[in-house]
Each structure stands twice: as structure tokens, then as C-alpha cells.
Design a protein around this ligand. Structure first.
Ligand SMILES: [Zn+2]
Length: 112
């Protein structure tokens, strides 16, 4: 599946898409002048519709630089848009509160 073809009528054509380990506060970034996209390795293991949202978001930045109405209009065809944004907001919130990333906790286990 090609996200650019599916949602952006093929107009966003990246030169490269790379996973990077050094993005601590952003899920992804794009450099429109070079048509390069970088995705945080913190996305690895998240649901596919979340990773696709971030990739589509950065692809859209190759067409529209700012987060204005035109930007969101380009992405409007992505059904999981609001859900993916909420998911990532939740992850950011939990991380900022120092909540563990995993489910469950060691203290719930019996002592023996
Ligand atoms: Zn953005």
C-alpha cells in the first residue's frame, strides 16, 4: 500500500524515508526541500494505523509546510486520523507523567 497514492493522489514523492533513534520529542519530521522524511524508532511496535498516520502526516508536509486548514484538508481521507492523534497524545501524556510504557506492573505479581 502506498499512502501517497491512496490519500494524496500520488503527489507526495519522498526521496527517502528513514527510521531514526534521535528524535525525542517528535514522532517524525520532514525536510520538503530535500523531500526526506524521518520517523522516530519509538513508533516501532505501535499499531499500523498510528505509524501510517505519522508517515502520511510527514508526506503531507512535502506538499504543505504548516499545520493550517489546507494541511488537514489534505489528510482528511485518512479514516483513523483523530484516533491516531489521540493515541499519540496519550503516549506523550503518559511519558510526560513518567508512567511506564508497558502494561501491568511488577507489584501486581504475587511475592512467591
Ligand atoms: Zn506536522
Amino acid at each position: 500500500m502506498n499512502l501517497s497514492q491512496r490519500y494524496l493522489r500520488g503527489r507526495a514523492v519522498p526521496e527517502s524515508v528513514r527510521w531514526v533513534t534521535n528524535q525525542n520529542s517528535r514522532w517524525g519530521s520532514a525536510t520538503p526541500a530535500e523531500r526526506t522524511i524521518r520517523l522516530s524508532d519509538k513508533l516501532i511496535g505501535m499499531p499500523e494505523w498510528v505509524v501510517d498516520y505519522v508517515l502520511l502526516h510527514e508526506l503531507t508536509h512535502l506538499l504543505v509546510a504548516s499545520h493550517g486548514p489546507r494541511f488537514w484538508a489534505e489528510m482528511a481521507g485518512y479514516a483513523d486520523l483523530e484516533r491516531a492523534k489521540a493515541f499519540l497524545d496519550g503516549v506523550s501524556y503518559a511519558t510526560s507523567r513518567g508512567l511506564p510504557a508497558g502494561t501491568g506492573s511488577a507489584e501486581d505479581s504475587p511475592e512467591d
